[in-house]
Design a protein around this ligand. Sequence first.
Ligand code: HEM
Length: 448
Amino acid sequence: MSKSTVVQASSSVPATAVTPYRRSLPLLGDTLGFLARADRYLMETHQRHGNVVNVSLFGRRWTMLFGADANQFVYQNRGEQFTTAIWEFFFGPFFRRGLLMLDFDEHRLHRSIMAGAFRKEALERYLPLVHERIHAELGAWPGGDAVVAYPLLKRMTLNVGSEVFLGEPPSPQAARVNHALIDMVRAPTGLVRKPLPGTRWRAGAAGRRVMEAYFRELLPRKRAQADGDDLFAQLCRARGEQGEPLSDDDIINHVILILMAAHDTATSTLATLLYQLARYPEWQERLRAQALAGDARPDYAALQGMQELNWVMHECMRLCPPLPIDPRGVHKSCEFEGHRLQVGQGVLLSPWVSHRLPAHWREPDTFDPERFAPDRAEQRSHPFAFVPFGGGAHKCIGMLFGEMEIKAAMHQLLRRFRWSLLDGYRMETSFLSIPIPKDGLPLDISAL
Ligand code: HEM
């Protein structure tokens, strides 16, 4: 933490600074500007107003806290000043009581019970299924001009999810669950937040019912399985320190959130990887040479050892973190850099901005994977400068799984295909939910 930062977690310390307010439209605030170009909005807000600024977004006021020190203060959450329950503001009731929305002791307990399903030994057991599913998905990819890549990536991560997390190979039933999930994720992006006929909200509520019914039906079989390797079966067997199991409702809530948290984030990152490797064919060839030199289905240790693929993946997550902003609610009033944060207030961190601050990153707008090489290691300039997976107690529990899946997919993609951009193409990003290519990312793809 820099010396100039005054971080106080106590309400007894008087706040000294007047927080600037970014002027915006009445009622609408800056929402339209944010949705149109969140990248520009975030950078400009930080440049104009500094590390702490009040803004009006998504129909409410927020205090934006920029920079690695702010990330550290909020993510470490030493005095339990911040709650994640505010995520429900974005997700609505569709992902209620998932791990991300639990706080403090309850969160610690559930996270410790779930941890086994995300450890290295569990990942090693998932990996053959991940490889197999990716292989089958890529076998169905068309080659040719202007292949729209994003929907193919999305189908791949959804199907990996249902196979590895639920133990369900692709089937009409699994497709129904995937469809329900898509409806639930889309629901909060609609303008109407009530289940009126024809609204996304209503489709999301129906999706939640489909999911719950499906998991409730599956539960007795999963609970009875002594040795199922899928994540659902593992959560059924998981026990806390005192031997306590998760209740049926808890398991259902956790699995639903995991399905959501796992697939869009990985799909967004894979899309960035395909795009950047098409922009920088020298990197694509460099990675391809290594992929072709390795096994067709590398084991966990071999994937971990793919250093350059790691740099490229992290550079893509730096430039386009799947969560460009990360919300918290103030649970106990406190102060950051002299600015008072009141109970109930919404706070937004911005990984997007943190990943572009020249204090930590040399030429931050340049695609330069070697910044992650051991001799430069720019991500180490501050423990909270690079936060694509968040930090502190809620740091992504699926980080190792996500990285494993992304690397396994890239390994096979590089071995099977070469891809390039259409003439003059530049990817535009939609920020309606997490960053995705507006036009689905058309690419020229040829089989090797
Ligand atoms: C590129 C891939 C991924 C990225 C960038 C990512 C990002 C994140 C971030 C930023 C958070 C913290 C949110 C916050 O603190 O507000 C988070 C939490 C979480 N992620 Fe991921 N995630 C990824 C993949 C996955 C996968 C594959 C899974 C499951 C297999 C997963 C499950 C979760 C869960 C359950 C949480 C909540 C953790 C908690 O509250 O303790 N994520 N993720």
